[in-house]
Design a protein around this ligand. Structure first.
Ligand code: GAR
Length: 209
């Protein structure tokens, strides 16, 4: 019997370009895996169209699910169990993952953040706000971080980080595009490392073997 493919759930709230990058990496043979479902916090997420076109199951829970931590934790546990999910990827997902689900799924939830953590992370630091803060601070470099999710905001240990240069005439939008480009490299790389069982977790120190 063929080995089942590594089962990934991707959670999105926006354009879904990171979700699409993972899907394309699988299609291009970077690793043997399958996005078994996409969960969106909003019907308006651009990535849902791509999911439909590519016949990837997708769900948008009703607002009441997000209003109760317990309901959302139960929802996530039910869906990930039904689909035998091995890794949950937060790809621009803007809702907080309930602590109960994080402990159920410990070490198997990863997030992409558009800056070099621990700088420019935390509550309210998402999307354009991050790049604006990097420019306001006068940073010369920024980048992206893939990290394990723990119960804090952007506080889990880094798995892969990559930097980009910041230029004097950058706007948040221009910087976002430069950062997004490397997000599309490092997020599929991190997912591939999990799928190939190459991730070694030793407290906050994470290695790809
Ligand atoms: C990405 O830049 C991601 O790093 C960011 O949202 C964008 C989603 O883009 N996430 C955060 O800011 C989380 N704190 P996408 O929907 O096109 O993948």
């Amino acid at each position: 019997m063929p080995k089942p493919k590594y089962a990934i759930a991707v959670l999105i709230s926006g354009g879904g370009s990171n979700f699409i990058a993972i899907h394309k990496a699988i299609q291009n043979g970077l690793f043997d895996g399958e996005i078994v479902f996409v969960l969106s916090s909003t019907e308006k997420a651009g990535g849902l169209k791509y999911a439909t076109e590519n016949e990837i199951p997708h769900f948008t829970p009703t607002a009441d699910v997000f209003m109760s931590e317990q309901k959302f934790a139960n929802y996530l546990l039910e869906k990930t169990t039904d689909y035998n999910v091995q890794l949950v990827v937060l790809a621009g997902f803007l809702k907080k993952i309930p602590a109960a689900f994080i402990s159920d799924f410990s070490g198997k939830i990863i997030n992409i953040h558009p800056a070099l953590l621990p700088s420019f992370g935390g509550k309210g630091m998402y999307g354009r706000h991050v790049h604006q803060a990097v420019l306001d601070y006068g940073c010369k470099i920024s980048g992206a971080t893939v990290h394990l999710v723990n119960s804090g905001y952007d506080t889990g240990p880094p798995i892969i980080q990559k930097s980009v240069q910041v230029f004097v005439d950058d706007t948040p939008e221009i910087l976002a595009q430069r950062v997004l480009k490397i997000e599309h490299e490092i997020l599929p790389q991190a997912v591939a490392a999990f799928a190939e069982d190459k991730v070694i977790i030793n407290g906050r120190k994470i290695y790809i073997g």
